[in-house]
Each structure stands twice: as C-alpha cells, then as structure tokens.
Design a protein around this ligand. Structure first.
Ligand code: SAM
Length: 277
C-alpha cells in the first residue's frame, strides 16, 4: 500500500492534513534549529513529516498504524534521516527517548494528534516534562480553548488548571475542518505548550494538587466550602488566602497550588488519586 492509497482508519483518529498553508504555518511556528531533537507523534501519511524532515534533515516519528510504516520508511529515505517507532505513543517512555546519547537538547514534540486520545497523550508526555522543551499540537479547538482559559471563563476547568500549573499554554491559530482529509466534525486549533521548571511550578505534592483540583471542579456550581468538604476544612481554604464562598471557576491556578501546598504541609493523610484520566 502507498501513502496516497491509504484508507483512513477512523478508530485511529486519522484526519490527515491536506492544506499546505496550514502545514507551512506549523513548520514556521516550530522553527527547527540545527542539533534539536524533533519527535512527531502520529505522522500519518507524512503531511507534516516530510516538510519537517526536508527542513531539519532528521526526525523521529511515533506511529501506531502498521500499514503506514513501510510507505513512510520508503518516502522518508528520500528526504532525510527518518527514525520510525512503530508504537502506541502511550507506551513510549519519553524519559528514555530524551536521554539518548545523540541528543543535543531536550525533545521538541510536534503532532496533529488523534483527537480521541489527545488528553491521555498530553498527560503521558507531561510525566516526562523534564525532557521536553516544547510541544506544538493540533487539537480540537474546544480542547485548546479549555486548556488556555482564565478564571471566570465558562470553559475554565480541571484541564485548564492541571495544564497551566505545569505548562505555559499559547493558542497559535485555528484550523477549519476543510484543511483535513477526511474532514473532522469539529474545528481544530494549534497550540504551543512549554513545560515550566520545577521552581516555576512551585507545587510540593503533585498528587495533593490533583486531588484538590478534582474535588473543587467535581461540582462546578458549588462553593469551595462545599465542594472541598471531603478534602479540607474552611480554615485551610482561608489559610491559603481563598474565599471559601468562591466557586472553583473563579480561583486562579496559583491559589489552588497554595491550598495544596498548605495541605501537604499540615496534613499527614496521603491524598487520594486525583489524576486526570
Ligand atoms: N500527522 C498526520 C497529518 O497531519 O496528516 C496524521 C494526523 S492523524 C490526526 C493522527 C495520527 O496518529 C494517525 O496517523 C494515527 O494513525 C496516529 N495514531 C493514532 N493513535 C495512535 C497511537 N496510540 N500511537 C501512535 N500513533 C497513533
């Protein structure tokens, strides 16, 4: 099978980019520099892969679809040094990938992600944020809006807080369904994520933080006094300089971090798991 005749697999989220101007824009934003280690998640038929490879000379890609491996290998050889990992990205140890001897710097990740598993991919990658310099991902626009939203916005929620706690999130541009073959049912957007250093993050216990955020947003309409009643008392909320009468959607990321840090400093109980799926 060739890349041109590949039959799209819906279950793998295969909406391939067919608008060259969108591809060019992404490559421009990534702006690969000599010596950098660039890794693409889900190369598909190579819409982004080959332009990146031509510009940069080498690239590592992670693709789950067996049917694409051989044609990608053949076409890739014409453009540069393409390393193909035939794997489920969720099983890739990015820590190891970023620690190879030929690596000159942390990983730069790129991908038009399969939308059905975009959140698990994000959180899997973020487990190894220390080896990731930045990420440029195409996602559903609705997800990018949630990722980047501020307190007070209708879409500010658990994803916004969990992600902004560990990354700087910059939406770059929107992409309409017609830029893909076959077109998805939803609008898309490209976002840049830059992991923060541990000092910048300033969270002493990631599990405690995840637990607090999950509880706070479990019932959006409730005040924190009620939503957090299983996690902490009102005094703890006040000690973190948060109004117990506020709702989670009004509370800044830094305030959630303060509350979680206060709890980990004053409570002995281990937090229940509040990690995102
Ligand atoms: N980059 C190509 C483009 O822009 O045209 C393809 C993008 S398509 C939205 C998503 C790609 O991710 C597909 O090639 C799909 O086979 C691949 N994929 C889906 N699930 C995957 C997984 N668990 N691990 C690795 N790749 C996966």
């Amino acid at each position: 099978m060739s890349l041109d005749t590949h039959r799209h697999k819906k279950q793998l989220g295969q909406h391939f980019l067919s608008d060259r101007s969108v591809v060019e824009k992404i490559v421009k934003f990534v702006n690969p520099q000599p010596g950098e280690r660039i890794v693409e998640i889900g190369p598909g038929a190579g819409a982004l892969t080959f332009p990146l490879l031509k510009k940069h000379g080498e690239l590592t890609v992670i693709e789950f679809d067996r049917d694409l491996i051989e044609p990608l290998t053949e076409e890739g050889a014409k453009h540069g040094r393409l390393t193909i990992l035939h794997r489920d990205v969720l099983s890739v140890d990015f820590g190891k990938l970023g620690a190879g001897q030929d690596v000159l710097g942390p990983l730069r990740l790129v991908g038009n992600l399969p939308y059905n598993i975009s959140s698990p991919i994000l959180f899997h990658v973020l487990e190894h944020a220390d080896v990731v310099r930045d990420m440029h991902f195409m996602l559903q626009k609705e997800v990018v809006d949630r990722m980047a939203s501020e307190p007070g916005s209708k879409v500010y929620g658990r994803l916004s807080v969990m992600l902004q706690a560990v990354c700087r999130v910059t939406p770059l541009f929107d992409v309409p369904p017609g830029a893909f073959t076959p077109p998805p049912k939803v609008d898309s957007a490209v976002v840049r994520l830059v992991p923060k250093s541990n000092d910048e993050i300033g969270i002493t216990d990631a599990k405690r933080f995840a637990q607090v955020v999950a509880a706070a947003f479990s019932q959006r309409r409730k005040t924190l006094r009620n939503a957090l009643s299983t996690v902490c008392d009102v005094e703890a909320i006040r000690a973190a300089d948060i109004d117990p009468g506020a709702r989670a959607e009004q509370v800044a990321v830094a305030s959630f971090a303060r509350l979680a840090n206060h709890l980990s400093a004053t409570t002995n109980l281990p937090p229940e798991d509040g990690a995102l799926p």
